[in-house]
Design a binder for this molecule. Structure first.
Ligand code: ZN
Length: 363
């Protein structure tokens, strides 16, 4: 009897003890930012440090780019602000140099860094060392992981470093950029809930068109081409190409759609189609379903685009995945899981998988 009583007592104590253990677990101390705003013609950086809001007015010293401790990837020059990011007029690029592509990094900064370092695109200090090469990020930097802002500032830095060596960085929008910019915050890592709480507004307001990162993101295309390759996050369905048969038209409609008010979106169903439809360029997955896409369909799509290869992200694979003799190549190598990843490399006519250890495997 006494033994039973002891057991009952023990059982009633366990949930209480668990509750105490949970409540004494320290809250994570988050750091996020910086987010840059123009306020009363002053440049203001705001960021999250140990879950509290920090604010600093930034001032340029002649010729010295701004940096901000502890954000090692953040730099901004007076030049950046003289010409606030504008939508690019050019979407087709030609180069004799190497081209690399990766996608769906989803806030996994450490994996991204390691992959770029292993493949000699950046050095140990995360600076561009890939000469005149072109690097394409095929969308989905946002959501899931907790180091999205760090990756954005890294790409912003590399985008400025690469042209000094004749190279170029192309960041394309994916469906998760579109989701965040249009206020669909379902997939945010919980860290960004702290950011939003201290800023007192949702993340889409922090990244509005009047903020620096917001303007910069809105200057990024949905699709580009380099030589004989086209790049887009999800893919081009035949339905999409019947409405928008070229990349210029697709980008123009996408840009208009991001900040279009709901009334205009309703009047023009193409706006919603480009950003949100399963058959649109941000969400399409048809190539990897062999009941939907055959080599014949793939060839027809490429003929419309006047290209030989289409590089896409969005559909996750364990490694870079070619289809139809490299006509279509999926580069989402599941970096989102935070363990490893691959990068596609094009040299001359050959495609390679650049692995996490820096090996090059011919496709
Ligand atoms: Zn995606």
């Amino acid at each position: 009897m006494r033994k039973n009583l002891f057991f009952l007592l023990l059982l009633s104590i366990i949930p209480f003890a668990q509750l105490v253990a949970q409540s004494s677990t320290p809250k994570p101390e988050y750091q996020d930012g910086p987010y840059i705003f123009m306020e009363d013609s002053k440049l203001v950086a705001k960021w999250l440090e140990k879950n509290a809001l920090q604010t600093k007015t930034l001032e340029f010293e002649e010729g010295t780019p701004l940096s901000l401790s502890p954000f090692q990837e953040f730099t901004l020059s007076a030049e950046d602000l003289k010409h606030l990011p504008e939508k690019p007029k050019k979407v087709h690029f030609e180069t004799e140099a190497k081209v690399a592509a990766l996608s769906d990094v989803h806030g996994q900064y450490d994996v991204t860094i390691k992959l770029l370092q292993a493949n000699k695109i950046i050095d140990e200090e995360n600076n561009w060392i890939w000469g005149d090469g072109h690097l394409v990020i095929v969308g989905d930097v946002f959501d899931r992981g907790d180091q999205v802002t760090e990756i954005l500032w890294l790409l912003h830095k590399l985008e400025r470093q690469a042209p000094k060596q004749g190279g170029q960085v192309h960041l394309l929008l994916g469906n998760h950029e579109i989701m965040v910019l249009t206020g669909d915050l379902r997939y945010l890592h919980k860290k960004y809930r702290y950011t939003m709480a201290v800023f007192g507004v949702p993340l889409d307001s922090i990244l509005s068109a009047s903020s620096y990162l917001g303007a910069w993101l809105r200057s990024k295309p949905l699709a580009i081409s380099i030589n004989d390759m086209a790049f887009v996050h999800g893919g081009f369905s035949e339905l999409l190409l019947s409405h928008l048969p070229n990349l210029e038209a697709m980008n123009t409609v996408g840009w208009e759609a991001i900040d279009a008010d709901p009334k205009i979106q309703k009047e023009n169903p193409l706006l919603d189609f480009v950003l949100h439809d399963q058959m649109g360029p941000m969400w399409y997955r048809g190539y990897f379903d062999d009941e939907v896409t055959t080599k014949k369909n793939a060839n027809a799509i490429l003929r419309t685009l006047k290209k030989d290869h289409l590089i896409v992200g969005h559909t996750s694979h364990l490694a870079i995945t070619p289809l139809f003799d490299n006509r279509i190549i999926g580069v989402d190598s599941s970096i989102k899981f935070g363990k490893s990843g691959e990068i596609l490399i094009r040299e001359g006519d050959d495609f390679f998988r650049g692995t996490f250890s820096g090996e090059k495997i011919k496709l």
